[in-house]
Design a protein around this ligand. Structure first.
Ligand SMILES: Nc1ncnc2c1ncn2[C@@H]1O[C@H](COP(=O)(O)OP(=O)(O)OP(=O)(O)O)[C@@H](O)[C@H]1O
Ligand SMILES: [Mg+2]
Length: 356
């Protein structure tokens, strides 16, 4: 059968990442992983085009025919996190089939507070929390310090610094006001879960596969340094935090706890309506009790990101991961039963190109 044609949608590195949050853009402007993905798809035998989606060319989607869009816009339309759900929403409008979760799942998971409410409703453990919109709210005294303050609707550790972990009410209010002002959204205040950090990767849709458990190790962190993945720990290669955080996969966890984490992750994956792939972030407390921090339906798929470590630990390659994601989407949409679509990409002018 003829291989399907794939259009890879990605964020333009020249988009205004910088303007959005001046303190949180460095390190994320590298698009090399996008080209690597295109190369991988070609290696797999697919015909590949790439599409740099923006306001100017969005309507040209009407004229392009391919079989499947690979959504790599994990920073959102125009690199704005709040426009992340809009990318699959645009695909829906143009009746385009795509990899990954739909707009509804992306929007709900982007909202960490709403996600926590859903998890709690379904009996899945997540850190106790309170929402702050101004910083003047009365603090729920049953919350135990230290607490951690995060923007309610961001990802990529945007807004996460060491001073996000607060020890008392004065520090809390200062940080909440800072988050509300800087990121123009509610602050999520959670109990700080002081223990190991675990990631669970899941691939598939009908019969999702749980990948080997990964751990973020905070090597050499001094006693007084919160063991958290700050923005710098994720993106700034020059920092102590970056150099001393390590992704270990597979990692050793007590089998009963491993089973519990996998079960809660899979339940969360299904509850939130994730499709094709997702990463669930968990912390274990000092008694090894797992708490879900968040569900990432659109995690980083770079060749050096956590997901790739997990797939390697499963004895597979990055190429296998990409094939699994496509197979999952193809199965969901039943694409194989349809004749290959006619490719009329020449009609599209703006920023669409077929790479040899
Ligand atoms: N309640 C908590 N207790 C302990 N550490 C936490 C807690 N919440 C967040 N962290 C730390 O902060 C990091 C970032 O938090 P979170 O995963 O919620 O943010 P994010 O910006 O959505 O990240 P991602 O890049 O995974 O999308 C976590 O990986 C963890 O190290
Ligand atoms: Mg996370």
């Amino acid at each position: 059968m003829q291989k399907i044609r794939i259009a890879v949608f990605f964020r333009d590195i020249t988009s205004p990442l910088e303007k959005e949050y001046p303190a949180d853009y460095q390190g994320r402007e590298d698009a090399s992983h996008f080209y690597y993905l295109c190369k991988t798809l070609k290696k797999l035998g697919y015909e590949v085009i790439h599409y740099n989606l923006d306001v100017e060319n969005v309507s040209s989607l009407r004229d392009v025919k391919f079989d499947l869009a690979f959504n790599l816009c994990d920073d959102g339309f125009d690199n704005k996190a709040y426009l992340e759900p809009h990318v699959p929403a645009i695909f829906d409008i143009y009746n385009i089939k795509y990899t990954g979760s739909n707009y509804y799942t992306l929007a709900t998971c982007l909202d960490k507070i709403r996600t926590k409410e859903i998890l709690l409703f379904h009996g899945i453990r997540t850190a106790r929390f309170q929402t702050f919109s101004t910083g003047n709210e009365i603090l729920n005294k049953s919350l135990k310090f230290p607490l951690i303050v995060k923007p309610a609707k961001e990802d990529a550790s945007i807004g996460l610094r060491f001073d996000s972990v607060v020890q008392n009410e004065r520090e809390l209010r200062k940080k909440v006001r800072d988050v509300v002002r800087r990121y123009d959204q509610d602050a999520l205040v959670e109990e700080y879960i002081d223990g190991r950090e675990i990631n669970i990767g899941i691939v598939g849709s009908k019969d999702p596969v749980i990948l080997p458990v990964a751990e973020i190790c905070f090597d050499n962190f001094p006693e007084n340094m919160p063991k958290i993945l700050t923005y710098d720990a994720k993106w700034d290669k020059e920092t102590f935090e970056y150099k001393n955080t390590r992704n270990k996969c597979p990692t050793q966890v007590d089998p009963a706890i491993e089973m519990e984490m996998k079960e809660m992750a899979l339940k969360a994956f299904k509850l939130m309506g994730c499709q094709d792939y997702a990463r669930i972030d968990i912390r274990l407390d000092s008694n090894n009790v797992p708490y879900i921090l968040e569900v990432n339906p659109n995690p980083d798929l770079s060749v050096d990101a956590g997901f790739s470590h997990m797939i390697k630990a499963a004895g597979k390659t990055y190429t296998d991961l990409i094939e699994m994601i496509i197979d999952s989407a193809v199965e969901r949409y039943n694409i194989a039963e349809e004749p290959a679509a006619e490719f009329i990409g020449k009609k599209v002018k703006a920023k669409v190109s077929v790479r040899a």
